[in-house]
Design a protein around this ligand. Structure first.
Ligand code: ACO
Length: 325
């Protein structure tokens, strides 16, 4: 098996900024409530004609450009998303067409907020075994399309965006050192997107409500903290890396209070956690991809650093990875 590392990374977020104060005019909420309960100050929302594939294509182009990688050389495209343009074709196929990666295999992965790490780990297996020489891994969410904008419990939490990276074999003891994927399907009812239960040929049904997110936040909060801390312990042990040797933790950005609780549970100082939730809210699968890209760009991560990635999301699914940069 080959060692596999991240060769290039990029991101894209929509131009439109929606602040907490703007949400105050839409639902009964306040900047103070959202800030103190979540850490979020603003989020990006995609334009009317901007779909998940558009976000994914921009992020992919950014990663390819930064890594000076010719798209024609890409052999596999895996996109993590729970807000695709449509049921099919996959977002991965739309990316393939747009960037001209004609020889690539392409498919989507659905693992909610853990999607990026599920996609990264899946793609890594193909590259580690030598089946493909490289893979383009993207997380893209237009989460705003599955939000009920009258529901203050959920609409203040989420945003849209995309992150992308190219993985390939690396020499020496660096790259992706360990990974862990976990699922707790028995908790699937805690967070889901409700689709109306109508018979397909019901002549009475002239209109259907848009499917939207429902969530029991407090229950999720507790499980999130325990699952993320457990996942980090497991990947550190697998990678034989001690907590003191961790330079940076890039966690899923669902709630700043969740990150604080995970840091405390792990006894890893919170200042080692990269946080950008105040600017983007929870972008589901895209959160950790964008956070990782920004942590690298802002020099929070340097060559040789041990980086821990950890996510948690609806499913329920959790995932973690140790990457030596
Ligand atoms: N503005 C003002 N008040 C609000 C709002 C709002 N936007 N939303 C809820 N409230 C009210 C509630 O109605 C409640 O009022 P009450 O006391 O009169 O009943 C009060 O605020 C407290 O509500 P709680 O739900 O107890 O608030 P909590 O402190 O638990 O925070 C939150 C809620 C932010 C959702 C938190 O529980 C959380 O972050 N949970 C985890 C969510 C999560 O991680 N989701 C993403 C999973 S990842 C994925 O797969 C996409």
């Amino acid at each position: 098996m080959k060692n596999v590392g991240i060769k290039a990374i990029g991101q894209y977020v929509p131009k439109k900024v929606v602040t907490n104060h703007m949400l105050e005019k839409m639902v009964e909420t306040s900047d103070d409530w959202i800030t103190t309960r979540t850490g979020i100050k603003e989020r990006r929302i995609a334009g009317k004609h901007e779909r998940a594939s558009d976000l994914a294509i921009h992020a992919a182009r950014d990663a390819l450009k930064k890594g000076e990688i010719d798209p024609h050389t890409i052999e596999l495209i895996v996109v993590a998303t729970i807000s695709p343009d449509s049921n099919f074709p996959s977002v991965a196929c739309l990316v393939q067409k747009a960037i001209g990666a004609r020889q690539a295999a392409a498919f989507d992965v659905s693992a909610a907020c853990s999607g990026f790490l599920y996609a990264l780990t899946t793609a890594k297996q193909f590259v580690a075994t030598g089946m493909y020489k490289n893979a383009l891994v993207i997380a893209a969410e237009r989460f705003s399309q599955i939000i009920d904008w009258n529901d203050r419990d959920t609409c203040v939490l989420f945003g849209d965006g995309a992150g992308a990276c190219v993985i390939a074999p690396v020499l020496g003891n660096h790259g992706i050192l360990s990974e862990y994927l976990h699922a707790q399907g028995h908790h699937s009812d805690i967070m889901s997107v409700i689709v109306e239960d109508l018979p397909p040929l019901d002549q009475e049904a002239k209109t259907m409500n848009r499917p939207y997110v429902e969530m029991r936040g407090q229950e999720l909060f507790k499980i999130a903290v325990n699952s993320m801390a457990e996942a980090v312990d497991i990947v550190l042990k697998k990678a034989k890396v001690k907590k003191e040797e961790v330079a940076c933790v890039v966690p899923h950005q669902a709630n700043d209070r969740i990150i604080t609780a995970v840091a405390r549970k792990l006894s890893i100082p919170k200042d080692k956690f990269f946080i950008n939730i105040h600017r983007y809210g929870n972008m589901s699968a895209a959160s950790i991809a964008v956070a990782l890209n920004e942590a690298v760009d802002h020099k929070h991560i340097r060559k040789g650093d041990n980086v821990v990635l950890v996510t948690f999301g609806a499913g329920l699914v959790s995932a973690a990875s140790v990457v030596r940069w």
